[in-house]
Structures are given as structure tokens and as C-alpha cells.
Design a protein around this ligand. Sequence first.
Ligand code: ARG
Length: 508
Amino acid sequence: MARKVVCPPNKQARANQHFILAVYNASFFSARSIDFAMSENDEPEKLWGGRFTEATDAFVEDFTASVDFDQRLAQYDIQGSIAHARMLEQAGILTSQENSAIVDGLEAIGKDILAGNFEWSTELEDVHMNIEARLTERIGDAGKKLHTGRSRNDQVATDIRLYLRDSIDRLCDQIVHVQRVLLEIAKREAQTIMPGFTHLQVAQPVTFGHHMMAWVEMLARDLERFSDCRKRVNTMPLGSAALAGTSFPIDRNYTAEQLGFSHPCSNSLDAVSDRDFLIEFAATASLVMIHLSRFSEELVLWSSAQFGFIELSDSFCTGSSIMPQKKNPDVPELVRGKSGRVIGHLMGLLTLMKSQTLAYNKDNQEDKEPIFDTVETLKNCLLAYGAMLANMKVNPKTMYQAAKTGFSTATDLADYLVRKDTPFRDAHEIVGKAVRLAIDTDRELAELSLKEFQRLSPNIGDDVYDILTVEGSVSSRNHFGGTAPECVLQAVKNAQARLPTRESKTEQ
Ligand code: ARG
């Protein structure tokens, strides 16, 4: 590494530097050489060790192992192995005794893992070989037959699909829950008037319920995207083996059916290397996070003293160690911040795939941590949102006052003039002048006298004051998709009808 030295270090400083470097190198390399030494007495035996004469370097063993993180797939791995064993029996490849021993053994191992009674070994590299080795230890030779007609390549692709399918279902339940909370708020606040913004400047009055329904819509699109992505997750790689399929008379439809997959993947090379579905998932998750992050930005602003539109419950905020008056919206801020890591995972996965030749490459082992973290992050953010929104207090008075400022009914005045036969462009000009007059005299539009209005346009009558109210403004926008209270209530009903009748029962 090129280092720019501005002035030569004196002798003592140089000696110190050498000392520090020596200590650093010694600790780094001694750790390595201890590892090298340990690799000699390699235990337990590798499941793929037959063609090797030398033991794996201890560092390489650690470097290539994935068991620390892929043990999260254990229950899915067991599910997949059971289906595979049953299929092998059906195809006459395993005897029914062998199959029963395998199934019972795997079920017992699954229970041990759940109970925390399973010792994971890095020497056995990953979740698949840990479980398989344990099975053989438990049931003997029948365990060694489980891997017939299968490879870890189709096995891991299957596991991750099962994991993701489950995760999508749980996340969708959580999104629906957040939607339900929003619908409650929208119904309750259908009449509550707030300023609507464009460019973060007051634009036109809207109802708070309408604003909540905008978030319901965004989440509805997220649900659609997840359910579309799920279709491509839900196909089965098993039977593709390492890359070319297997010479055994397997029945892939039977395995797929047992595992609830819609069908087996059509091309063995594609099946073991495809990670598109993970990228689609990460992209969909990123959009959910973008939505939550935008929402968070609004909650942070709205809960500030300057806005004062809402108050988050104390249990969702934190204080400051130095400023006693502070109540910080940490939860929405953190959700906004966490959008970065989820988007990062999407970029990581895209980059992971971009130069991979067919078929499986070890690169793919790097797909798991980003996906697990994406699922965890999304789960926690949705959990936080459901509870935070349910406890959010709304301040209709502050919002109402804010809606009345900033000439939010100027467009209503222009529309009024158009209805009185003034061309829209002329109306725009007239209203612009009225706004100027109000600014110059420090008044709201509704505070201008009829005479002042009529000086600007003879088309203005004293009925103008009805349309200058924020209530009049919102209730006039009473078409499908509009902000009028009755439309918000209708939108709530429509959204409720679209929701699943019951969230499927999943533990969080
Ligand atoms: N741990 C591996 C992964 O996550 C499992 C598949 C290993 N396959 C192989 N050919 N080395 O991708």
C-alpha cells in the first residue's frame, strides 16, 4: 500500500511502529499457524473426503463453511429430505424399512435442533452435511442412502425456496396487519382535515383518512408483488441433482406435491443455479422498505414541534441524555435507516449473480446472509409499524390550523371562477393576484372583502366564501379516488373487501 509520509518519523516513533506491526502480524499469523496444525487431526470425517489425501486447511475449512448461518434452514432441509426419502421409497430405491428409519431419524433430529440439543460442527461445513452425518450416526447405513439421486446443489436451492415461501407468507400477514391498523385510522379520521403537500409546501387541503389510505394502497401493491414473486419461488429444484439430473428413476412430481411446490423446475442446470427469485424477493422487500422509509420521514416531521400533527406513544420514542425536554422518534428513524441495508442486500445479490456461469457455483453460498437479514429486517420493521401506528395520537386541531394557512384553497377559487365562465388561465391569474394581495396585507384568502374580490373579477359573488373553507374544498373532491370524507369511507370499505378474511396464523 502506498503511504505518503509528510515528514520522516523520528527513530523512536519508527521503533514503536515496528513493534506495533510485529505484534499485529504475530497475532494474525500465529492464529493461522495454530489452525494449520489443527487441521491434521481432522474429525469428524468429511462426507466428500474419498478422493482427498490431505486434510483441509483449517482456515479454508472455516472460510468455506456456512453452518454458522445456514443452520437456519434446518427444518426446511429436514422437510425436503423426508419428501426425498419417501419418493425414493415409492420409486423402489429405498426399502420401506430404510425409509421409515430415515423419516423417524430426521424427525427426531428436527426436534433436537428445536430444543437446542444439536451440536453443529464446522468441519461438516453446512446444515445439509451436519444433518446427514447425524442421521447416519443415529440410524446407521440407511442414513448413507438418503443422498441417492440428490446433490447439495438441488438440496440447498430447495431449502432456500421453502424458507422463502414461508417467509413471504409471514411477511404478507404482517403487511395485512399494518393495513388493518391504517384502515382503522382512516375510518376514524375520514373527516379530519390536514394540509396536503407538494414540494413539501402546502398545496390543497386533504383528509387525514385519505392520506392513510395512500399508504394502504402502497402496501397493497407490495402484497401483489410478493404474491407474484411467490409463484416463481414455489417451483422445485430437487431431482436436478448436481446439475444434470440423475440416472435413478425418480418421480419429481411426487416430491413436489409433498412439499407443496406447484411443479418441478423444468431445466436441471437452471434449477441449481437460479437465484432470480431471491433477487425478486429482495427487490420487493426493498420497495416495502422504501414505503416504510417514506412513511417514517413523514412521521418524523409530523411529530416535530413545528408540525405537531401527531404524537407517537412514549413507548416508541426515546429521550436525550443531555436535553431533558427531548422525545425522539427513534423507531421511524431506525426504520428509515434500515431501508439502506435492505437495498444494499439487493445490490449484493445482483452483483453475486452477474458473472456466474452455469450451473452451481460456490458463490451462491453468499446468497443466504443477505436474504436472512432482509427477512429479519422487514419482519421487525413491520412489527414496529403495526404497534407504533396503533398507538399514534392524531392532533386534528393543529392539522386543521395548518390546512387553513398557505392559501390551500386557491385552486378552489380558480375552479369557482371557471364555473362562472372565466377561462381557467384567466382564473389562475386572478387568483394569483388575490393571493398577492393577501400576502401583502398579511391575511388569508377568506379574509379578503367581497369588494376586494370583485375588483379582481366581477364574476365573484358572496357565495365565494363557502368554497374558500377547507371543509368545502375537501368535500367538493368527492369522486372515486378523491379526498372527500365519504370517498375515504368508501375507499376503506373497498380495501377491506380486498383483504384476506383472516390473517393466516403464523408466529412472528
Ligand atoms: N453450503 C452450500 C451453499 O450454500 C451448499 C451447496 C454446496 N455445493 C457444493 N457443490 N459445494 O450453496
